[in-house]
Ligand binder design. Sequence first.
Ligand SMILES: [Zn+2]
Length: 245
Amino acid sequence: MSRILTASKLFSQSLHNHGENRCYFCGTDCDNTYLSELYIKDTFTNRDIIARPSSKYVCRGCVMTLGFGEDDELVMIDGSIKKRENQRGLSPHLYSWIITKDKRIPFTKAHISIIRGILTNTNPIMQLTTPFVIVLSDSGQKHLIFRAPVSKSDEVYPIMLEDEIIITEPISIKERIDITTPIVAATGKPALKDITLQTYISYRKYHGNTYKLEEWESIKNDPISKLAVWLSLNKEEATNEYPVH
Ligand SMILES: [Zn+2]
């Protein structure tokens, strides 16, 4: 039978429960060890996001990612270790992830500069080789891994940002982040999403004109712009690139 590679299957690595059934959540092949009725919660009333609504079974990776997590500690992308302090604290849905064939690497918004380097190919501490999955959690409230796409290319690839799947490439991400930097320098990161009259006043005071802010306002709702907001520099980093005159 065909083998469907899903993000959950990648996540489970060698633990995957190969079998002749399909996973209710992600659709990969699985055996009959885990019954879907034990894992379906009220949050899954939206059947559009379920791969196999008629299946009675769940794959090991979905069991791992939909629960509280199975490790007592997580090694974050910067090498720091987060220990389990309570039952929920290491739940996979609280984190963002890069998942590859042999690694699953958690990170948070505290690690944005590292992730920015990887996704823009400007500081490649790790080379993305297919298959891989990138999931960026914005709210920490939603289960994203089971429905995240697996990349088949390391040049143009999908990034899951909260509910949205953005197909892009490193140079496009970099160009879009570059547009946000002078705005963050002048007004801070929140203004990227919420541009007010005050934003224009602050921006003009800082840069002497408002051309780049106008450009951003016309494209800020593009999917890739949302990605650029998530990955943008913080105020201190942006100010270093655009010092006050
Ligand atoms: Zn699954």
